[in-house]
Write a protein that binds this ligand. Structure first.
Ligand SMILES: [Zn+2]
Ligand SMILES: [Zn+2]
Length: 264
């Protein structure tokens, strides 16, 4: 229903743009546009940061889902698939069979991890369906295949919408490079924050805040404090985990021991 609705809506938007003779948002090329590419990439990555926060309900309730859906259109996966996969990641973190993107000794390097994740995400989406709806039956397999093809078709129409909306120049100068870099960044995030750089210690969520990660934490709401994020997912910026815990402990303490009576 979800993918089908998106398929119908994106098809209508595409047809309307074509019927209206829409010329595209960017109609001519200037070399200085390339200077804007880092900004476009930053915006793309922020959409991933925000969709992640939405999947934990970290935006105000009335706008949480809306922000998630809008970001899902930008990052192309759409919100629901993102949420299902990410919740599964929290439930089965680092489980080689159940986590959608575990680092495993046979694919511990960055590129093998990327390759494995691309295949595994679809497998885990299917498995989630089987677990919820009566197991791995021929009927469920048929349903899942239909769901997957609807989802791929929706992706193609959505990409076509972006192409027509931005115009060929906007699409190839901004959207395609920002999406590719954003995707590889997301993979690098999933990989590095589960201790990929120290395989001898094993794979588990860690906090990173040196060098490149220091900068990343300041511009992307503390995303590399991933160890803390796995401890408490409802913080918009997990960099503030310790301050939050201290404030909570202080509040508890204040409740247990009421302030001393003023001296007579
Ligand atoms: Zn994680
Ligand atoms: Zn999370």
């Amino acid at each position: 229903m979800y993918d089908g609705t998106y398929l119908v809506m994106t098809s209508i938007v595409l047809a309307l743009m074509l019927a209206a003779g829409w010329q595209g948002l960017v109609t001519e090329f200037h070399w200085w546009y390339l200077l804007l590419l880092p900004l476009a990439t930053h915006a793309q990555i922020l959409c991933s940061v925000f969709i992640h926060n939405c999947s934990h309900g970290n935006f105000p309730r009335p706008i949480n889902r809306l922000v998630g859906e809008l970001c899902g259109i930008v990052v192309l996966t759409r919100y629901a698939s993102w949420e299902i996969i990410h919740r599964r990641h929290h439930k089965y973190s680092d489980d080689p069979d159940q986590d959608p993107h575990p680092i495993t000794p046979d694919a511990a390097g960055y590129w093998p991890f990327v390759k494995k994740t691309i295949v595994n995400v679809e497998v885990q989406l299917q498995r989630q369906f089987f677990e919820l709806h009566g197991g791995d039956t021929p009927e469920n397999r048929r349903f899942e295949r239909r769901r997957a093809y609807t989802s791929y078709a929706t992706n193609l129409v959505l990409i076509a919408c972006w192409y027509v909306f931005l115009g060929p120049i906007g699409f190839f100068v901004f959207f395609v490079p920002a999406s590719l870099i954003g995707f590889l960044h997301l993979m690098h995030f999933n990989w590095s924050t589960h201790n990929a750089m120290k395989p001898e210690e094993g794979f588990f969520p860690v906090n990173l805040d040196r060098g490149y990660f220091w900068l990343g934490n300041r511009i992307w709401f503390g995303i590399y404090y991933h160890g803390y994020h796995h401890k408490q997912a409802n913080l918009f910026n997990p960099m503030h985990y310790e301050a939050y815990q201290q404030a909570r402990a202080a509040r508890k303490q204040a409740k247990v021991s009421p302030p001393a009576a003023p001296p007579a």
